[in-house]
Design a protein around this ligand. Structure first.
Ligand code: HPA
Length: 262
């Protein structure tokens, strides 16, 4: 760990004062296209943070500007299925809050359950189910943590570009293995649109800390049993990068008109 590297990075954050942060999930690209970087630090050089262990996830924090708006970028995240405690999973969000971030944009890779979702598509989260604890399916779902204004803005921006962006419900499961076809049928009957292994706890943490939250899934595959053949991590990684350019445009469009009124 290098204290000085972290010190320099924090100095840059204090200078630029970003109020928006984005977490780039599995394979979604190193940085959004057009991002002007001022400083970067590895997760391993941040006191209290550890480096991710999964293929396709490097762990870097960058600060700079996108389309004129200061932005903090987390490339990679820590997952519960890697064996990390929830405090570690939430650490980037806590760090961001400490630096004055008011809006968090989360991205992830997910399997598509909704019939209109195909590999390479994106889905904006209207809500989620945090099904990563024993018996969590028994609880009455609390209100959605996702900001309706930001969702509307992103959907409208995409419509202006002639692209349809589906808004749907994401379920976070523990992993580390993909679901069985029977589990996917059950999730389908619950009315869920996509399935993944991250994001929910980060979104809940961000809300608890008073942030506005937006989340977008990159659909890497049809969920288990909804297409021919079994799933594998290589396919997921290969497809995750497909919408990287579109994701960059979505972020650029959003930040170009920042701040979005509540
Ligand atoms: N299930 C869970 N997580 C995922 C999937 C999936 O099908 N695809 C990408 N992340």
């Amino acid at each position: 760990m290098s204290e000085s590297r972290f010190g320099e990075f924090e100095e840059a954050v204090r200078r630029l004062q970003p109020t928006v942060a984005v977490v780039l999930g599995s394979g979604l690209g190193a940085v959004p296209h057009g991002f002007a970087e001022a400083a970067a630090v590895e997760f391993g050089d941040v006191p209290g943070m550890v480096a991710p262990t999964v293929a396709g996830h490097s762990g870097t924090i960058r600060v700079g500007a996108l389309n004129g708006t200061p932005l903090l970028v987390f490339r990679g995240r820590l997952h519960f299925y890697e064996g990390h405690a929830w405090e570690q999973v939430a650490k980037p969000v806590e760090l961001a809050a400490g630096w004055g971030i008011r809006t968090l944009i989360l991205t992830n890779a997910a399997g598509g359950i909704h019939p209109e979702l195909n590999p390479g598509d994106l889905m904006v989260l209207s809500d989620h189910r945090f099904w990563q604890r024993i018996d969590s399916w028994k609880e009455t779902p609390p209100p959605s943590p996702y900001d309706p204004e930001l969702i509307q803005t992103v959907v409208a921006n995409e419509a202006r570009r002639g692209r349809k962006l589906l808004a749907g419900i994401y379920t976070a499961l523990t992993g580390p293995c993909y679901e069985t076809p029977a589990e996917i049928r059950a999730l389908q009957q619950c009315g869920f649109d996509a399935v993944g292994m991250s994001t929910a706890f980060e979104a809940l943490t961000a809300r608890r800390l008073g942030m506005r939250v937006l989340a977008i899934s990159s659909i890497t595959n049809k969920a288990a049993g909804l297409s021919d053949g079994p799933l594998n991590h290589e396919e997921v990684l290969a497809n995750a990068t497909r919408p990287a350019e579109r994701m960059s445009e979505i972020l650029g469009d959003l930040l170009g008109k920042w701040p979005i009124p509540e």
